[in-house]
Design a protein around this ligand. Structure first.
Ligand code: FEO
Length: 395
């Protein structure tokens, strides 16, 4: 560990990022209960120096100050842009202005984005292709194209001599605190949540990237959000499971209720599923943290959507969830839809229409008028048992 807030990953490889303790929302969508960090890394080779990724706009001076603690920015030869999203690339204009001889290193798609977003002139961009290597003397950087993780231009950088992989967003977590992931007791929960929010829609691309890096001798994984992995096998194993869509005997119940009828229905469903030894997680959409819900969808085999009818259609919160469900593409195999209405139904059909073109088996859908009767509760018990049977039969 060096002084201040800079620490060494290995000889001449330093973290120079910043911690955003107070950030609470990302992409105006993802809640960040624990803030986040924008990790940037400085690599000092015998014949060249490289900065890997930068930081979110507003933190340019913090990054500059961290770099200046080690070298003068004028010495930087390469600014590696693994990903063009502003939380990692937003400080590129500032850094390239104080590092006048530096070239931006990016994929061909990244180069276009750097010109559009950050106005980097083309003569200051070096486009790299898959597996290309840049030598810094005693350190070499290998670039590995990893598209759609989670933008089209994304790539990883591998520092061969030290066995350090810099995968930007991949393998990250939205945590402002902590140095190493193995020191944080509930780290994997945060990583799962992050996977669900950011990487889950791109599972096949993730599988491809995991295969590509499987031959590398990785000793450290240094992502651009959250703690660093000095025991990389832990996060690699988790990513392999999530990427193939491994699910458990688990059901997520996500619902909204206006006057308590849908609430009664889903709670009856929860009792039946638990009696059948299915793990159940309930999220009331009026109070649940959406990131927490998404984390639960990562490995859940079934989902129960509870949606009442209001103003002639499904409650807007259940529409929002259905839309998110389609977009995030969790590996969930089975669905049940439950709902009630006061004087005119329609919610169930609307939700069914929204998810009809995704690969999920709707085991049953039940819409009732008013509070559930004993007969309705019996129907829910039967639906629950059918769902539990499906969950147990699936491996
Ligand atoms: Fe952390 Fe896709 O930016």
């Amino acid at each position: 560990m060096l002084e201040r807030n800079i620490f060494k990953l290995s000889e001449n490889v330093c973290w120079v990022g910043v911690r955003d303790w107070n950030r609470r929302i990302f992409d105006a969508l993802i809640p960040l209960p624990k803030g986040t960090s924008y990790n940037a890394y400085l690599i000092i080779g015998s014949k060249g120096k490289a900065l890997i990724d930068t930081v979110n706009p507003g933190f340019e001076k913090d990054l500059e100050s961290n770099i200046r603690f080690i070298i003068s920015p004028e010495e930087i030869d390469y600014v590696i842009m693994n990903h063009a999203e502003p939380d990692h690339a937003g400080a590129i204009p500032h850094i390239m202005s104080i590092a006048p001889k530096s070239k931006l290193v990016a994929t061909a798609r990244g180069a276009k984005m750097a010109q559009i977003y950050y106005h980097v002139p083309s003569d200051r961009i070096k486009i790299v292709v898959d597996n290309e290597v840049i030598s810094l003397g005693d350190k070499s950087l290998q670039f590995i194209e990893a598209p759609m993780l989670h933008w089209p231009e994304t790539m990883f950088t591998y520092l061969k001599e030290d066995g350090i992989l810099f995968p930007c967003d991949f393998f990250g977590a939205h945590l402002a605190g902590g140095f190493y992931s193995d020191e944080i007791e509930d780290y994997i929960i945060h990583a799962q949540r992050y996977w669900g929010e950011i990487m889950m829609p791109f599972r096949s691309m993730a599988q491809r990237a995991l295969e590509k890096i499987s031959g590398l001798n990785i000793k450290i994984i240094a992502p651009s959000h959250g703690p660093i992995h000095r025991k990389p096998e832990i996060i690699l194993d988790a990513y392999k499971r999530w990427a193939v869509g491994e699910t458990r005997r688990k059901a997520v119940i996500a619902y909204v209720s206006m006057w308590g009828s849908t609430d009664m229905m889903v709670k009856q469903m929860a009792e039946v599923l638990m009696a059948e030894e299915i793990e159940v997680v309930i999220h009331n959409l009026t109070v649940s943290d959406i990131g927490d819900l998404v984390k639960d969808l990562v490995d859940s085999r079934a989902v129960v959507l509870g949606a009442p009818t209001v103003l002639g259609g499904a409650h807007p919160l259940s529409i929002y969830l259905s839309y998110l469900f389609r977009a995030l593409r969790p590996p969930t195999k089975f669905a049940v839809i439950l709902g009630s209405y006061g004087w005119g139904g329609g919610a169930i059909k609307q939700i069914q229409d929204m998810i009809k073109d995704i690969k999920i088996e709707v085991v049953s859908a039940l819409e009732i008028n008013g509070p559930p009767t004993e007969e309705d509760m019996r129907k829910i018990c039967n639906i629950g048992r059918s769902l539990a049977k499906k969950i147990k039969e699936e491996n």
